[in-house]
Design a protein around this ligand. Structure first.
Ligand code: UD1
Length: 418
């Protein structure tokens, strides 16, 4: 098990550079197999989710070359074999291989994906989408077979604007015969990044970033070069950390409009910032903060993935704040640990009520999932004394070099294997 130790209450100062977006990367890697030629993806973050997907590529006999920040994927000798459970369970996004393999070979066999325990996480909308395109879905326990004689375009309305279902249906539809329309599609920037990648390979996708995506099927996809967008969730996490304990801390390589909802909440709380074209500087994280309420929502609403780190900031606001989680029913696992650190938070149904301000004091906590882990890091950095975070592997799934980046701006943080 990996453990992160933080000696907290140190002022952070300097620049943190944001890496490529995890949630785009995890879809771009499976998407790359849709061509038989070489795809080069740069700004790929070094996180364990990237490693897990590259392991799946290697199982499928795809040639993968990793150099600093870029990934060259060549599927010319690829074999469409079953993706074993030991690979699929490592991360939720392994499900993108279902859409990509179906799109390429009209057949995918894999086990139900794993990922953070933050809610039920069904994939019914993905499967319904595949069926609408002409595929037959069968399962024996956790083993799913998705197969089609021919994939044809279809009109698909998503009951929920699901990120995963939107991307997976796009992957399955790019080479289908005819036109597919996805209505009530999710609008997250990562979806636009994936659609751009597919279009650079020769796909015909329009409307990504709106709630109607149109895909005109093509026969052939060719080689391409593509760049992953900056990670808005990583950026948001460090901006929250800056608001907690930064002094002139610059978060660089950011697309500010991707985090508008966070920035406006921070302004409401009284955080002073400079928002540039591709950076955010938080001047002083030590001011008295105003309480506020957030409700998580699909993009461009307040991202559920920032709810947990943001709750740490709310413990520093004077008065009562509320956090309503509308996407995942089990995303309050961090609250018990924040209370152990000294916060005053109660949870009822899907709403957390935070009474602040609270002085946090270091203690032993657990990273129960990726973003809960990020919340523990944020809390440990602002708490007096030593915080020990167990199960830190979860954090490394989505934050590139988190320990090194924080050390470089003055944090006393280490990671070790016990
Ligand atoms: C993605 C992100 C995750 C983020 C989430 C919501 C990736 C790899 N992960 O997850 O970080 O928290 O978006 O912004 O990009 N649902 C169904 N049936 C389905 C699919 C989804 O009921 O077939 C429900 C889910 O249970 C959830 C909601 O729809 O309540 C949104 O899920 P979705 O947008 O699909 O999340 P993911 O793509 O898994």
């Amino acid at each position: 098990m990996k453990v992160i130790e933080i000696e907290g209450a140190k002022e952070l100062n300097g620049t943190i550079r944001i890496s490529g977006a995890k949630n785009a990367t995890v879809a771009l890697i499976p998407a790359a197999i849709l061509t038989d030629e070489e795809a080069t993806i740069c700004n790929v973050p070094e996180i364990t989710d990237t490693d897990a997907l590259c392991d799946i590529l290697k199982q499928l006999n795809v040639n993968v070359n990793r150099s600093t920040e870029s990934l060259v994927i060549n599927p010319k000798d690829m074999k469409n074999i079953e993706i074993e459970e030991k690979y699929s369970k490592k991360l939720r996004a392994s499900y993108y291989f279902m859409g990509a393999l179906l799109g390429k070979y009209k057949k995918a066999v894999m086990y139900f994906p794993g990922g953070c325990s933050i809610g039920a996480r069904p994939i019914d909308l993905h499967l319904k989408g595949f069926e609408a395109l002409g595929a037959k879905v069968t399962n024996e326990g956790n083993r799913y077979t998705v197969e089609a004689e021919e994939l044809h375009g279809a009109n698909i309305y998503l009951d929920i604007a699901s990120v995963g279902a939107t991307i997976n249906i796009m992957l399955a539809a790019v080479k289908a015969n005819g036109k597919t329309v996805i209505d009530n599609a999710a609008k997250e920037p990562e979806i636009v990044n994936v659609a751009t990648f597919l279009n650079m390979m020769g796909a015909k996708i329009t409307g990504a970033g709106t709630s109607t995506i149109k895909i005109e099927g093509v026969e052939h996809l060719h080689k391409c070069f593509h760049e992953v967008i900056p990670d808005r969730i990583e950026a948001g996490t460090y901006i929250i950390i800056a608001a907690l304990c930064g002094h002139n801390l610059k978060i660089d390589n950011v697309i500010p409009e991707h985090i508008d909802s966070l920035l406006s909440k921070l302004e409401e709380m009284g955080i002073e910032m400079e928002v540039g074209a591709d950076y955010v500087i938080v001047f002083d994280g030590k001011k008295e903060l105003h309480p506020t309420n957030i409700k998580t929502a699909v993009y461009p609403g307040f991202p559920t993935d920032l709810q947990q780190p943001f709750t740490v900031l709310l413990t520093k606001a004077k008065g009562r704040s509320k956090v309503e989680e509308t996407i995942w029913e089990n995303r309050f696992m961090h609250i018990a640990y924040l209370n152990k650190l000294g916060a005053n938070i109660t949870v009822k149904n899907r709403t957390a009520t935070i009474d602040g301000p609270s002085e946090l004091k270091g203690t032993e906590v657990v990273a129960t999932d990726l973003r809960a882990g990020a919340a523990m890091v944020a809390a440990g950095l602002v708490a007096e004394g030593k915080t020990t975070i167990a199960d830190a592997e979860h954090i490394l799934r989505g934050y590139e070099q988190i320990v090194e980046k924080l050390k470089a701006v003055g944090a006393k943080i280490t990671i070790k294997e016990i």
